[in-house]
Ligand binder design. Sequence first.
Ligand SMILES: Cc1cc2nc3c(=O)[nH]c(=O)nc-3n(C[C@H](O)[C@H](O)[C@H](O)COP(=O)(O)OP(=O)(O)OC[C@H]3O[C@@H](n4cnc5c(N)ncnc54)[C@H](O)[C@@H]3O)c2cc1C
Length: 345
Amino acid sequence: MTIMNIRQNVSLKEHSSMRLGGEASYCADITSRDDLKQAIVWAYDNKQPVVMIGGGNNIIWRDEGFKGLLLVNKVMGYEAFNEDSENLYLTLGAGENWDSVVRRSVEAGASGIEALSLIPGTVGATPVQNVGAYGQDISQTLVSIEAYDISRGEFITIPTEDCKLSYRSSRFNTVDRGRFAIMGLTLHLIKNDPTPPFYPSLQAYLDEHGINRFTPAIIRSAVIDIRTSKLPDPAIVANNGSFFANPVIEKSQLSVLMEQCPSIPHWQQDDDRIKLSAAWLVAQAGFNDCHDSVTGMATWARQPLVIVNEHAKKTADLLVFKQKIVDAVKQRFDVILVQEPELLP
Ligand SMILES: Cc1cc2nc3c(=O)[nH]c(=O)nc-3n(C[C@H](O)[C@H](O)[C@H](O)COP(=O)(O)OP(=O)(O)OC[C@H]3O[C@@H](n4cnc5c(N)ncnc54)[C@H](O)[C@@H]3O)c2cc1C
C-alpha cells in the first residue's frame, strides 16, 4: 500500500448501517498483513489514531467524526483443514462476509454456526461482541484469533480462552478496546446434525412448520425465515439490529418487578442471575412501533428493540431518541438498558 491508497475526508455514514455521523480524516482498506503494517507506520508517523472496523453494522459514529485513520478490514480467505468425517476446521480472513461463511459451512454439512445465519457484518467482528443468536454464539466454535497487537507492534495468536468471551462482550470491546486489529479466525465445526433442545423461538418455528428432522441446512433456513420476518434489512432500512442488550439483574430485583408485573419474561442464568427481555421492556415503556417526528427515529414495528433511522440527519437525534427509551424503562422498571452498538470514536 502507498499513501495514495489513503483517502481523505471520508463520510462515516458509508461505514455505519445507521447511516449517521461525520467524517473520518483518513481511511484505508486493509487487504493483507503488509497493508496493515504500512498503515500503522503511516499513522504513527503522522500522529493519527487508528480504528479498525468491518461492515459498520454495530457502529454509531459521532457527528464530530473521527480525527484519525479508519482501517476497513477487507482481508479475504476461507480455508478448510483437518477435515474428516466428523470435523471441519476453518481458517477465515477477517474481512469475509460472515453470512457467506455460514452458508459455505452449512453446505459442507457442518454444524456449529448455522443459528448465526444472516447476522450482518464481517468475520473479524464476530468475537468483538461474541455475536450470538438462537442459542449459539461464536465462543462455542472459536479456536483462536490472528491479530495485530497495535500496542506492542506484533502479530499474535489469541486462543479463545484468552478472549474473555461472554454475553455480547469480550476483551476486545472492554479492557482491550482498540488494542487489536483482528486479521483472521480459526473455527472448529462438527459434521453432525444439530440436536434439540433448540432456542425457544426457533423450536416454536420448527413445531409450527412440522419440522422434526434437523440438519444444519434446515436450521439455517428456519433462522433466515424467522429473521427476515421480524428484522429490517440494513441494506434497505438504516438500523443496527438490536439496540439494547438484554439486561441481567439480581434475583432480588426480579421479586420486586414480579409484584408489579407478574408476567414479566425472564430467564435464569447459570450464575443464578436473571436475564430480562429488552424488547419487552421497551414495548411496555410505550415504544412499540413508535415514530418520533422530532428526531426522525423510530422503533421497528415487528421488533421494538430495533431502532431505525427514518429521516434523522444527525447522530445527536439518535442519541436523544435512545435516551427517551432508556429514561422511560428506568422510570417504569428501575432497569438500566445498555446500548449494544458501539458509539465511536
Ligand atoms: C439487522 C441487524 C441484525 C443483527 N443481528 C445480530 C444478532 O443477531 N446477534 C449479534 O450478536 N449481533 C447482531 N447484529 C450486530 C452486528 O451484525 C454484529 O455485531 C456484527 O458482528 C458486526 O459486524 P461488522 O463487520 O459490521 O462490524 P463493525 O460494526 O464494523 O464493528 C463492530 C465492532 O468491532 C470492531 N471490529 C470490527 N472488525 C474488526 C477487526 N477486524 N479487528 C478489530 N476490531 C474490529 C469495530 O471496531 C467495532 O468496535 C445485527 C446488526 C444488524 C444491523
